[in-house]
Design a protein around this ligand. Sequence first.
Ligand SMILES: [Zn+2]
Length: 249
Amino acid sequence: MKNGGAVLAAVKYTAIAAAAAILCIALGRAAFTIGQRRSTDASADGGVLVVIDAGHGGEDGGTSGGGLVEKDLNLEVAMIMRDILSSAGVRCAMTRTDDRLLYDAYGDLSDYTGRKKVYDLRNRLRIAEEHENAVFVSIHMNYFASAKYSGLQVWYSPNDPDSKRLADLLQSTVKKYVQPDNDRETKRAGGGIYLLDRLHTPAILVECGFLSNENERTLLSDAEYKKRLALVMSEAIMEFLCAERTGGE
Ligand SMILES: [Zn+2]
């Protein structure tokens, strides 16, 4: 993107963030409602907290393509989202803030040989479950054998009806502001997605793009694009947090 475009984009997306922040204030952050749980003070312990999970890490790079490694992109996007949400007054926690797996986060074993991935996922679940009013957002990158596929895709947990609402909101917001040609629909996670299968809070997994697609790799190599994507995803999360519960059980 040329400088002029970058400035315009920055103004545009700053405006989105400002609008989302104003929306939050207008609707009253003090009344975030998630599922059956209501917090009267989001800033106090027990208030809603967004757990941002950067997938993979350390010896587990995730997928890769064209010199890009998933674990690095996941962390980069997750940390931008953390910064945006925090600056808008949303409490956040990260499952990781550096390049590592989390298998030894709780010191369960003296030797994790052959069990690192199992304990890594188990501990990400533990971190999310430590917070009573958590909204869980896992950040990943996609890959497919055919290089023609591209576009962000959101998976949602089947265990809390608000998960689908968050997933639909994020998917549609990205379509609106970043990927107008993305006609993907959100998908209900099965048992194959460990964290979404087990979490009982609003929980989604975002496959931000395909590292198997050259155009999407080029975009994901661009710092401005990553900021824009993170900002628009954060806006969707803020809108979700601000909305009253619309239905479900
Ligand atoms: Zn992944």
